[in-house]
Design a protein around this ligand. Structure first.
Ligand code: IFM
Length: 485
């Protein structure tokens, strides 16, 4: 998708980087996911997903919020398409709700469900916006969860079947596909900490789910190659730099475990065709764990993809649990409850740098960490094209007395991370595009509607949309293909 690359000509590099200009053909976009925006959960034959079940469980989400209505996007499709056209970004990434296509996760296609996505894709193309389709963004049909969910190998076959249905319906009009969004979250937040649907707390199941999700990616890739051979196919990973709080061996070991669980457990099988030895050993006592890996699986998982989607928000620093006091004495702040220690049985504690600003999610803001993780992928794994498929921030936005939303912090966050993208490009990484999470405020999973990531304010009572200051800023950035000085 990229035309001439300005960094090929050294003297121009300095000139253009200084001006904040992006390569010609750089793809600008925004991203959403089905359950977070669509609502209309009973419409046109849609079946229940694990998020319908989970969000209706007492105490599962903030204020008991659910995606029943969300942004009401299903019914406001045309207005939202007009909003995207007004933004001017050349691409839009959305996910397909599997339970709209196969209400129980198996069997023939539900044509009314497919029709909604046909209208969405056609509406984008009519407005000259490139559709980028995510096949799975966490909303597994509940019937499949009842049969074992991602812990069961059968779900892989079901996903391949679903992919074939969607590819046959949309393959003529969609040329860029993301198989899975953030499989780490599906596996570890869904099956280990229980913070996400289906709300299970079992590390052995989370490890098995990791493998089946990756295998489902490989299976879907094969289906897409057969059905729509010229399509570009990738996967979206939430990867980030993990750092030790100190040089002490125990902190470094904790850091390596967290890095293994979050980054290497996904990058190694995809690009090296094997799971990291230390992670296999770490989860060897947890059944079923990686015992579910069968001969040939890793070949399927590691078949070449066309691009990697990098979803990035923040870096993480950790210490060993035995070294909390030293970390505190060194000036780190230790948030409670201690999230990292519960994720993946990793025996590690997340620490924060008090001097570093954080978003409303409590995530540290460090744009350079985005450059760092992309350079790492390039140096340690593959030189394939990268897209930043998610980047954005929740802040405490409010509508001012004049009706305006002046989200200067979000503009600062996005500007900083786009400069980090330019730094990665300058370092030789083939970054082809950038997608803001998200175009609309939406249902932020267990946080319900309490966290707003949008370029557009959504009044969740009336459904009204109000573009924030960041919307106009992104409009200008996209138009100029450059950041303001
Ligand atoms: O809202 C989520 C999205 O669904 C997946 N990536 C991170 C976003 C912000 O938490």
């Amino acid at each position: 998708m990229v035309g001439g690359r300005y960094w090929e000509d050294a003297p121009i590099v300095a000139l253009q980087r200084g001006s904040g200009a992006f390569p010609d053909g750089f793809l600008w976009g925004t991203k959403t996911s089905a359950y977070q925006i669509e609502g209309s959960v009973d419409a046109d034959g849609r079946g229940p997903s694990i998020w319908d079940t989970f969000s209706h469980r007492t105490g599962a989400t903030r204020n008991g919020d659910t995606g029943d209505v969300a942004c009401d996007h299903y019914r406001r499709l045309d207005d939202d398409l007009d909003l995207l056209a007004r933004l001017g970004a050349g691409a839009y990434c959305f996910s397909i709700a599997w339970p709209r296509i196969q209400p129980t996760g198996t069997g023939p296609a539900n044509e009314s469900g497919l029709d909604f996505y046909r209208r969405l894709v056609d509406g984008l193309l009519r407005r000259s916006i490139v559709p980028v389709v995510t096949l799975y963004h966490w909303d597994l049909p509940q019937s499949l969860e009842d049969a074992g969910g991602w812990v069961s190998r059968d779900t892989v076959g079901r996903f391949a079947e679903y992919t074939r249905i969607v590819a046959e319906a949309l393959g003529d009009t969609v040329s860029t596909w993301i198989t899975l969004n953030e499989p780490w979250c599906s596996a570890w937040l869904g099956y280990a900490t229980g913070e996400h649907a289906p709300g299970i707390r079992d590390h052995g199941k989370a490890a098995a789910a990791t493998h089946h999700l990756l295998l489902a990616h490989g299976a879907a890739l094969q289906v897409l190659r057969a059905t729509t051979p010229s399509a570009q196919v990738g996967i979206g990973l939430n990867i980030q730099p993990i750092r030790p709080a100190s040089d002490h061996d125990d902190d470094r070991a904790a850091c390596r475990r967290v890095d293994g669980n979050l980054n290497r457990l996904y990058l190694d099988p995809l690009f090296k065709g094997r799971y990291p030895d230390d992670m296999l050993e770490h989860y060897s006592g947890h059944a079923p764990g990686f015992d579910v890996v069968a001969a040939g699986d890793l070949e399927t998982i590691s078949r070449p993809i066309d691009f990697l989607g990098v979803n990035f928000y923040s870096p993480t620093t950790v210490c060993a649990p035995t070294r909390r006091a030293e970390a505190q004495a060194a000036g780190f702040w230790i948030p409670e409850p201690d999230r990292r220690a519960r994720v993946g049985d990793l025996n590690a504690v997340q620490v924060l740098r008090p001097e570093v600003s954080r978003t409303q999610m409590g995530w540290e803001i460090e744009p350079g960490a985005l450059t760092e993780i992309m350079v790492r992928v390039h140096d340690e794994y593959a030189t394939l094209p990268l897209y930043v498929t998610e980047n954005g921030a929740a802040f405490d936005d409010y509508v001012g007395p004049d009706g305006e939303i002046r989200d200067a912090e979000r503009i600062g966050y996005l500007d900083g991370h786009l400069r980090a993208v330019l730094d990665a490009v300058g370092a030789g990484v083939d970054v082809r595009g950038y997608f803001v999470w998200s175009v609309l405020d939406n249902f932020e999973w267990a946080h319900g509607y309490s966290k707003r990531f949008g370029l557009t304010w959504v009044d969740f009572r009336s459904g009204e949309r109000i573009p924030k200051a960041s919307f106009a800023w992104y409009q200008r950035t996209v138009r100029d293909n450059a950041l303001e000085p």
